[in-house]
Design a protein around this ligand. Structure first.
Ligand SMILES: C[S@@+](CC[C@H](N)C(=O)[O-])C[C@H]1O[C@@H](n2cnc3c(N)ncnc32)[C@H](O)[C@@H]1O
Length: 187
C-alpha cells in the first residue's frame, strides 16, 4: 500500500537521521514527531521542538516522560519563527519536520501562517547540513490553508536545483484535501 503523507514523512526522516544528530520539530502538537525524532537521535542527540500552545508542550512533555525520551528533547513554548534566536547559526541541523495547519481536536483558530512558516524554513535552511532534509506536511482544507500551501509550493519551486532536491508527494484522487508533503534536501 502506498504510504500516507504522514507515514512517508517518517520514512524520509528515518532514512537520514542518526544517533547524535540535532533535529527540529517545528510544530510540536501532541508530540508524535518529537517522540519519533527523539528515538532516532538517541541520548547523544537533540530535538528542538516548538509550539505556540501551552497544551502542546504539556502533552509532549508527558509523552516523552512516559517513553524515557525527555533527555534528548528541548521543548520551546514559542513560535518556530524564533528558531534563529534559539539555535545558533553554527548548529548543524540534520532534519526538520513541519505539520502545517491546526492541531486536531483543539482550537482550530490556532493555525500555522505563511509568513512565520517561511521565516522558520529560511532559518533552518541556513543551518541544514549537506544531505539534510526539511519535510513539510501541509494540511490545507481549513480557512487560510490554501494561502499557506501556495507559499510553500512557490518557495519550494524557487529553490535552486544546483543546491537542493525538492520533492512533492500527494494523492491526486482522494476526497477531502489530503495533506501534501514537500521534502527539501540539501545537495
Ligand atoms: C498539525 S499540528 C502539529 C501536529 C504535531 N506534529 C503532532 O504530532 O501532534 C500544528 C501545530 O502547529 C502549532 N503552531 C501554530 N503556529 C505555530 C508557530 N508559529 N510556531 C510553532 N508552532 C505553531 C499549532 O499550535 C499546532 O499544535
Amino acid at each position: 500500500m502506498l504510504q500516507t503523507a504522514l507515514h512517508f514523512s517518517h520514512t524520509l526522516l528515518r532514512e537520514i537521521v542518526q544517533p547524535a544528530d540535532q533535529v527540529i520539530d517545528a510544530t510540536m502538537g501532541n508530540g508524535n514527531d518529537t517522540a519519533f525524532l527523539a528515538e532516532l537521535v538517541g541520548k547523544l542527540g537533540k530535538v528542538y521542538a516548538f509550539d505556540v500552545q501551552a497544551a502542546a508542550i504539556q502533552n509532549t512533555e508527558k509523552r516523552l516522560q512516559e517513553n524515557q525520551l525527555s533527555e534528548q528533547a528541548l521543548l520551546f513554548h514559542q513560535g518556530h519563527e524564533t528558531i534563529a534566536e534559539i539555535i545558533s547559526p553554527e548548529t548543524p541541523i540534520k532534519a526538520a519536520v513541519f505539520n502545517l495547519g491546526y492541531l486536531p481536536k483543539s482550537d482550530k483558530e490556532i493555525i500555522t501562517m505563511p509568513d512565520t512558516t517561511r521565516t522558520a524554513i529560511e532559518a533552518i535552511l541556513e543551518r541544514l547540513v549537506v544531505k539534510g532534509r526539511i519535510i513539510l506536511v501541509v494540511y490545507y482544507g481549513h480557512e487560510g490553508g490554501e494561502q499557506e500551501l501556495t507559499m510553500v509550493k512557490n518557495f519550494c519551486k524557487a529553490l535552486p536545483q544546483r543546491q537542493f532536491n525538492v520533492l512533492s508527494y500527494q494523492f491526486v484522487n482522494q476526497a477531502n484535501q489530503p495533506p501534501i508533503l514537500y521534502c527539501i534536501e540539501k545537495k
